[in-house]
Write a protein that binds this ligand. Structure first.
Ligand code: 5AD
Ligand code: FES
Length: 331
């Protein structure tokens, strides 16, 4: 479809945005249809050993109350989510070493007793861990590359290694996971050129899912005084991702809705086909503060399910009743 030069040109020119969003919407419709897949998200620990400069969960942040949700309580949320009709559960956490291989395997096996697909989003782990999780029944794994600009990556991720993140993505592919990745849009010093490279990277690694969200500065991080990422630019990166990878799954991200009250609907009309509502109880929501003003922090699973169902139906789309595996033709 578009080459690097064309992608850069489109990203820099705001006069043809409606054309871009309509094209992405059409390509979404032709390739993955009108169904929207809902994934029930369980943010089970906000404890993290990393220090990503943009993230409110970073370990040097002493202002947030940390929590862990253990297996039995996770299973309660899964049960409730299944009753609400969810066909996929997403387990997300900070990089919390309490959840050893054995503990994760136990949780995975318990969840897979239900009729659901399971996605993990728990950060960088060894090949052996990923293998154990897969054997226990995990189906998918999300790990954003965050940015493919190696210099920027290094500045934003103290004590982390870009190559190890790549290794994780490769291991997950090798092990047969459906692999999700993605990036932040509007990071300090991030260039339009590097965003074009991010989009081409998603294509090159054969991502099954790509999540894109604007950067939102968190007050308890070193980036607190930086500019908020542009909603429109994030939407454009997402639309271009749909055009280059026509048959993957693309979520309308929570960060988009945080910047624009209609953000997820606009995303669903510009290439997205997935929404990931929270299915944990209200008490934990505000504490999983990756960035400020996250939506739904005072809501509960029933409310979110009803809310999102209403929004989806209001734009003439339907809610999928299957597991929503991606079937990239280019695999
Ligand atoms: N603004 C927006 N998104 C953020 N993330 C982390 N911190 C922020 C922030 N300040 C995103 C990262 C991570 C995902 C779980 O949340 O891309 O992969
Ligand atoms: Fe939570 Fe709308 S999705 S209230």
């Amino acid at each position: 479809m578009f080459n690097r030069e064309e992608i850069i040109k489109i990203l820099k020119d705001d006069t043809k945005n409606d054309w871009l969003f309509n094209l992405a919407d059409k390509i979404r419709k032709d390739n993955v249809g009108d169904e929207v897949h809902l994934r029930g998200l369980i943010e089970f620990s906000n404890i993290c050993k990393c220090s990503c400069k943009y993230c409110g969960l970073r370990s040097p942040n002493k202002e947030i109350k940390r929590y862990r949700i253990l297996k039995d309580e996770i299973i309660e949320y899964v049960k409730n989510a299944v009753n609400l009709g969810y066909k996929t559960i997403v387990l997300q956490s900070g990089e919390d070493e309490y959840f050893t291989t054995e503990k994760m395997v136990e949780i995975i096996k318990a969840i897979k007793k239900f009729d659901v697909a399971l996605t993990l989003s728990i950060g960088e782990r060894s090949f052996e861990d990923y293998k154990a999780f897969k054997q226990a029944g995990a189906d998918r794994y999300l790990i954003r590359i965050e940015t493919t600009d190696k210099e920027l990556y290094k500045k934003l991720h103290p004590n982390m290694d870009f190559n190890n993140r790549l290794r994780c993505l490769q291991d997950l592919k090798t092990l047969g996971y459906e692999v999700g990745t993605g990036c932040l849009v509007g990071l300090p010093e991030q260039t339009i050129e590097s965003l074009a490279d991010d989009i081409l990277f998603f294509k090159e690694i054969g991502a099954d899912m790509v999540g894109i969200g604007p950067f939102i500065p968190h007050p308890n991080t070193p980036l607190k005084d930086e500019k908020t990422g542009s909603f429109t630019l994030a939407l454009k990166v997402m639309a271009l991702t749909r055009i280059l990878l026509p048959d993957i799954n693309i979520p309308a991200t929570t960060a988009m809705e945080t910047l624009n009250p209609n953000g997820r609907i606009l995303a669903l009309q510009s290439g997205a086909n997935v929404v990931m509502p929270n299915v944990t109880s209200t008490e934990y929501r505000a504490k999983y503060e990756i960035y400020p003003n996250k939506i739904c922090i005072n809501d509960n699973p029933d409310k979110c399910r009803g809310c999102i169902e209403g929004k989806i139906k209001s734009i003439g789309r339907t809610i999928s009743t299957d597991y929503g595996f991606s079937h990239p033709k280019n695999k």
